[in-house]
Design a protein around this ligand. Sequence first.
Ligand SMILES: *Cc1c(COP(=O)(O)O)cnc(C)c1O
Length: 455
Amino acid sequence: MSEQTRFLLGESDLPKFWYNINADSPVAPAPVLNPQTLQPVTPDFLSVLFPMDLIMQEVSAERFIEIPEEVREIYKLWRPTPLIRARRLEKFLDTPAHIYFKNEGVSPVGSHKPNTAIPQAYYNKIGGTKALTTETGAGQWGSALSMACNFFGLDLEVYMVKVSYSQKPYRRIMMESFGAQVFASPTDRTNYGRSLLAQSPDNPGSLGIAISEAVEVAATSGGAKKYSLGSVLNHVLLHQTVIGEEALKQMDLAGEYPDVVIGCVGGGSNFGGIAYPFLRQNLREGKNTRIIAVEPTATPSLTKGAYTFDYGDTAQMAPIVKMYTLGHDFLPPPIHAGGLRYHGMSPSISALYNAQLIQAVAVKQLATFEAAMQFTRTEGIVPAPESAHAIRAAIDEALDAKTKGEKRVILFNLSGVGYLDMASYQAYLSGKLEDYEYPAEAIQASMAHLPKVAA
Ligand SMILES: *Cc1c(COP(=O)(O)O)cnc(C)c1O
């Protein structure tokens, strides 16, 4: 009997709705606070940065939100994405577990990020926005939004973390190919960037700093430019739920249901995207799937951070949210998964983790690259270093099932491919990578400047 490996949906199976976890979550999200007044934000404050449709989605309690036809048309360029049974990896591990992965690496720019870039550009376009600003770390988000802005005829300024700007020229060139302007952050284009460069011209930048610059440019543009964020916020996770909605149907095609669902977490968007539709089945349909977020030991916001109100950026201009955080002036070590180096975590994931409805593990860099290599050599895909964190956890689950002699159905999200991350693989293969555990004292120090809000 031939064994099926790919579980595919047709264009007509493309989801028509995004799923909003806030309709079913038993934990009410904490209010978002204005960074100046420390009081709950007003729509006025948010509308400087975001178009009204996205603000409404951010606070919506509706369970399903319709995906506009214009967005579905573009999703069809790569969606529905394949669900693949990793039979060769299973065989290599000699495990009784069944391992499935959802391949978000098949999008035009190689990751899940266009799932939200397309609707964000769309809602800005119909809201009358002419130009957007954003930040990018390794460049995955910047490439996705560059493509989306190009499709909808919006100008885009990307503030790219300086170390990545120099180390990852190919992502920058991809953004420029789509017509975006890319700047190495900190820049001399903002008050905040100039103040940092005056202290230290060699400042390598960070995601928190690049967010501050992109927010400053939008906030001081007199309404000409709005700001777009690629993770963390409710509307971003909402857009990503197309991943999990498709996966539910595809697991059905495979005739199985996952015991474990796994995703890597930076700000939490690809994890929320695959996990929330399965969490709905836990909350409403009596399913009992374990849902695991995987982070690096180098940026352990869920496993080592505090659940408290903190600024979303380094300059304290972005809204304050309640989240697991390492402190907004946390300086991430230079690990090779740029997309996972944010100091905080999506407030929605933070609340669910605090309520023990989802779990978290931290994995080390070397073990993560080792897992990436096993996946490459068995399944033929070089994963993004971020996604390799999910692979590490999936392999650990499969090995645990082997030890216990259990058949276990494991589903993980392959958030992206790593073909533009060859420098990281070169460093790994030549023995230059090291493990890094963020020291407890450093976490304590970066936690000293939290906003003075009662948690
Ligand atoms: C950006 C990125 C991540 C991390 O962001 P989330 O919002 O946590 O998903 C993970 N994987 C890839 C491939 C990315 O580009």
